[in-house]
Design a protein around this ligand. Sequence first.
Ligand code: SF4
Length: 184
Amino acid sequence: MVEDKRSKKIVVATHCILNQNAKIQGIAKFPGVITPVVDFLVKSGLGILQMPCPETTYLGIRRWQYVKEQYDTPAFREHCKKLADFILNQIEDYQKSGYKIVAILGADGSPSCGVNKTPRNPTWSGLIPEKLPSQKQVAEKGVYMEVLEDEMKKKNLNIPLIGIPETPEVGSMEDALSRLKKLL
Ligand code: SF4
């Protein structure tokens, strides 16, 4: 292979790390990218493979806030599987060609992309609410991350998952970046 400047190191990022415009209304914490994460990736010489947003590609940008129970349907899981396969096929090819996939970055606090924290409401009936369903952050993965992990197991891919916290209530950005740093 011809040598050039590439690091051959890649991080796979949940869509909204690079595009906060994909978030539901009212919760974007940055104008464009999640600056501390992107600054870190740029300084570390990592390429970024951006995953499609599972929610925006399913319900569009005008969707409202859901808990995990509402996304946990066979149809949404099927949708997530298609997106996961699209990314994992690219990952497999990079790995076969000698590239390092350092980590997959999820979004803690999301019902789809949570790694360590995911909002749930087990009593949510599905009736049209006067206000949005209340939620509790629980220590489990979101629907997309569960599907992605299952598909990774089928392909014998072992890539660390790191949750980037959407808010300080669901985790520390410093801790997430220090976990990532240890993998470099
Ligand atoms: S956390 Fe996942 S589902 Fe939510 S906006 Fe980001 S990419 Fe989309």
